[in-house]
Design a protein around this ligand. Structure first.
Ligand SMILES: [Zn+2]
Length: 109
């Protein structure tokens, strides 16, 4: 029972996309309000597949793999922590695949 012949998968994606759009809009609004810089990482940045220690990128990493194990340097840590470390490093000025949205505080903040 999905409108316009939408599959369950497509409907889920549409809802997810709308959710992230709203989330992004709220982030931009809050950053502007508080004069913060919003750094947007490229949507294809492989934050989960990249080793946060040596930078090696895995060809595949299934969602069921909760621990990141690097075959290159032997580094092992929680999958989400590894991705978080990569995103934290991506915020550094020199990192290329991201968009910087600078917002300036209004008023005397
Ligand atoms: Zn590694």
């Amino acid at each position: 029972m999905y409108p316009y012949g939408m599959s369950n998968h497509k409907l889920a994606k549409a809802i997810a996309d709308m959710g992230f759009y709203e989330f992004r809009r709220q982030l931009e609004y809050k950053c502007e309000l508080y004069g913060s810089e919003l750094v947007v990482v490229d949507r294809w940045f492989p934050s989960s597949k990249t080793c946060s220690k040596c930078g090696q990128v895995k060809q595949s990493l299934s969602l069921s793999e909760r621990v990141f194990d690097c075959e290159h340097c032997g580094f092992s840590c929680d999958r989400d922590l590894n991705a978080s470390l990569n995103l934290a490093m991506a915020v550094s000025e020199s990192y290329a695949p991201l968009t910087r949205t600078s917002v300036t505080a209004r008023g005397a903040g």
